[in-house]
Design a protein around this ligand. Sequence first.
Ligand code: PMP
Length: 380
Amino acid sequence: MIYLDNASTTEPSENVKNAVLDAMKNFANPSSMHRLGINAENIIKKACENSAKIISVHPGNIYFTSGATESNNTAILGYCRQNKKKGTHIITTAIEHPSVLAPFKILENEGFSVTYLKTDTYGLIDLNDFENTLNDNTIFVSIMAVNNEIGSIMPIDKLKPIMKQKAPKAVLHVDAVQAYGKIPLKAKQWGIDMLSASGHKIHGIKGSGILYIADNINIIPLLNGGGQQKNIRSGTENVVGIAAFSQASEDISNYNRAYVGELRNYLKKGIEENIDRIKINESKEETQAEHILNISFLGLRSEILLHSLEMHDIYVSTGSACSTNKPMPSHVLTAIGCSHEETDSAIRFSFSENLTVKDMDTVIGALKKEVSNIRKYVRK
Ligand code: PMP
């Protein structure tokens, strides 16, 4: 099997499977006062430390959630509803994940005014545009660190200084799902107030994520009840998922960016040299995440190519959002200026360190065969 769909989800590592098993044996409620409870609580403490290291923050500011969808919803709805007296203008980008765009839509319906920043053909926002949209009424900005469809890396470190000048009340939330462990993230130093990440994108398990919340940020919790996690997220903690997140965070701290970059370049070059009528949907070299390669194979529909690669035991994704299996035109590719044909024929290859150069050769061979077969058929 050649699994090239790692931006959708990743295979849990052996270390993570072992951590899960251990945590299941350690089954006590982390709120219980006895020794077993304290053992479970210690798993959570360690997890806070491991994830805090990845984003350079204090472990006490990490909260565990059911995944980045919950983290994004909590940050966006929780902060804006709590702070609407301070202002009602909020900002995001046109290429965010649906778990950001959907809560923004809800807030729009509740009376907030939303600016959706456009991006250029490299999937980047313009910092002058950003500066011009900020004002005294702006209270919240949410911008993703790495786009999940094309892998563009946003200038997250440049945002807060501009916000301090133009919108002193505004706080910054970052959806860092595709960035966590893969590019440097200095959340505290860069003035990030809230940050979301997800376990299953880094060889952890589904249903586990984090929300970092800086000191002095007040939100209305989404989940209310027993007051766990300092009342930010009630509910008995998912110790198994948290243990997986913890182990996955420890492991991703050794992520080999250069190696993943080599795999990406090798596959890209192989496709460029062997297949005509393609368009690579990517960022500039210095703002391109190594683990994502999005290519349109003009003259065919991406679903057909996806299924024919499946026959070779090669697994990829179409260019459309990973959150849905409905074939919808990708809002990201549309936003970066792709034509209908380019959007319709886009395939996303997303890498992990488990892949090899030999795998890339196999993929290039399969693509050569399948793309020309499908194109022949389409032309008839
Ligand atoms: N944001 C981004 C950028 C993503 O890629 C994803 C996962 N597709 C999410 C948020 C949602 O994460 P989760 O699956 O943990 O809810």
